[in-house]
Design a protein around this ligand. Sequence first.
Ligand code: CTP
Length: 406
Amino acid sequence: MLQGKKILLGVSGSIAAYKAATLVRLLVKEGADVKVIMTQAACDFITPLTLATLSKNEVSVTISDNQSWNNHVILGRWADVMLIAPASANTIAKMANGFCDNLLLAVYLSATCPVLFAPAMDEDMWHHTATRHNIEKLLSYGHQQLPVEKGELASGLFGEGRMAEPADIVTYLDTHFGDKKPLAGKKALVTAGPTQEPLDPVRYISNHSSGKMGIAIAEALAAAGAEVTLVLGPTWLSTTAQGVKTLKVVTAAEMLSNSEAHFYTSDVVVMAAAVADYRPKSVADKKIKKGEGDGLTLELEKTQDVLRTLGTNRPAGQVLVGFSLETNNEKEYALKKLREKNLDMIVMNSLNDQGAGFNYDTNKVTLFDRNGIATDLPLKSKQEVAKDIVIAITGIMQNSNTRIVV
Ligand code: CTP
């Protein structure tokens, strides 16, 4: 619930401004105190009177009129959160560059609270390098971007750039404030980290996974109210988050048996571990000594795929999420795993993206829903990515149509 939360809604000039009416109505219904600021261009799409009536507060458009001026500093300090929805390409560009030629921008520059923005524009504008740079700047200021949706655009074209639906924006805010625990009473299972497959008492086969992303997901699920079991491969990282019980494992076989013990009673399962696909066929009980020859041939055998094995018998109603890390043909492989492993969602990582992958504190992922519809997330901290994944999971649990909007 957003009971008593002070939300400053900035509405800029985009056809999506009409959605601001529903957004205000939903926010007020949730108990929020909403004040609206509009740009002059937004008034061409929806009247201040509509938003004033729905918010039960006066709507501000200009910095001053003949008689008085709007105190942007007070407005900026009043809010618990400033939400700009829709954020047009023009307003995003001005925010990114510190322009201050209307009240919305003056309040934005004065705001001391967290800032969220929901872009809305045509696909070509959305993909333009200038817009990309502006969005990156806003994210580097610590602001949060609500992902755009794919769909029919005002131009009549079909593509990316639609503003997130008002109901999804409200879910995002609910999670932001952390008051509502959408996963309260739910059980979750997360696998994370690498596995190690021993060769002999001193050597093993493994990979570079640190478990950072999976641990962040376990923590985000717990923050959303779930009771989480984290099956964690060997890593120097750990978590002390309330609501997360960690089971430490070493091999793929241990990861499977520990996961299996919790899989069938879990409402949500996220398999983020980088499980070894092969292990030495035999494990020497003594250290393997250097022989006379130039090389050593190891015979490997397949490990059992934890996700595939358990996914074939998943309980009804369970949300099952997998990860896909690739260096090439990322989308094709991710969609193949989504289908073959019977998943509701797959989180695609590419090692080719700057700042993404093993050991980084940041990640850049694309979420694919059950129907293969993609949601691209910008480069964010792994904690923020984890939050977005949890929002998407919550959305899947709540909407039978499994649309992902974070
Ligand atoms: N996975 C698993 N057990 C395995 C291998 C993978 O549970 N033995 C899970 C991972 O945790 C991840 C998903 O399956 O959620 C995809 O893992 P990935 O390594 O990207 O792909 P693989 O299916 O192993 O295929 P490949 O290595 O050929 O890309």
